[in-house]
Design a protein. Structure first.
Length: 247
């Protein structure tokens, strides 16, 4: 079982940056950087993450797993599954929560959490990985940009009650430890079982190209296989622009 060393901050530019710095300095696995607020929080592809103070969990966890680079996506999967475990513990019906490829946790079809993994590699092995989670527990989106309000939600907003943020953090750390302890068993079956993307029409931005088709399956390395009019397309990294959560 992983042993945590939790380091708390009032406000930081990004918990990911602090955790990476600690990793480069040789910090052991289990260091957790948690902040009440972020001034430059980021999600995948460097996008800004809305991070108001005292309303959400902004967490980065240093891991040093014995995994090949090909299995890096497993850390994203266990992070997402851990958030689902917390939602379940908080009383959110499982029918209301699910996953969107590749790194989003959905609640009522909107983003309630995002997972970000950054890693350092030597040849094909991971030196370390930083698993970041932004989890909208009590987030109020009144001051958020319109695009954020349209796409995001929080547990408080969905359940119409304020959650104990400290309890939610404890639940998340416990869920992460349990999911991480299951490696090297693949988290893919559990991940796919909650993935709302599969079997539905999708439109993805892959570099300067759009890929349109039906999401067919996810490979062991996290690659999404899309059945297009031109044949199967394997997408390792891209933005899912359209999805049909409820058909």
């Amino acid at each position: 079982m992983i042993h945590y060393d939790v380091r708390r901050f009032t406000s930081v530019p990004s918990t990911m940056d602090i955790c990476r710095q600690l990793a480069e300095q040789g910090a052991p696995e289990g260091v957790v950087v948690v902040a009440d607020a972020q001034t430059a929080g980021r999600g995948r592809a460097g996008r800004a993450w809305y991070s108001p103070p005292g309303q959400a969990i902004y967490l980065s966890l240093l891991l040093r797993p014995s995994l090949t680079a090909r299995r890096l996506s497993w850390l994203t999967m266990i992070g997402a599954l851990a958030v689902l475990d917390v939602l379940d513990a908080l009383g959110v019906p499982s029918s209301r929560a699910g996953l969107k490829w590749a790194n989003d946790v959905l609640l009522d079809g909107k983003k309630v959490a995002g997972i970000l993994v950054e890693a350092a590699l030597t040849a094909d092995r991971l030196d370390y990985a930083v698993l970041g989670i932004g989890f909208n527990v009590n987030t109020d989106f009144g001051d958020a940009p319109e695009a954020v309000r349209a796409q995001a939600t929080s547990v408080r907003q969905a359940m119409a009650r304020t959650m104990d943020l400290s309890n939610a953090l404890d639940l998340l750390l416990a869920a992460l430890a349990e999911r991480y302890a299951q490696l090297p068993a693949s988290p893919l079956p559990a991940y796919v079982a909650r993935l709302e993307t599969l079997g539905r029409p999708v439109r993805l931005r892959v570099g300067d190209e759009e890929v349109v088709g039906v999401a067919e399956r996810v490979e062991e390395d996290g690659t999404l296989v899309v059945n297009t009019p031109f044949g199967l397309r394997h997408v390792a990294f891209g933005d899912l622009l359209d999805r049909c959560v409820h058909s």
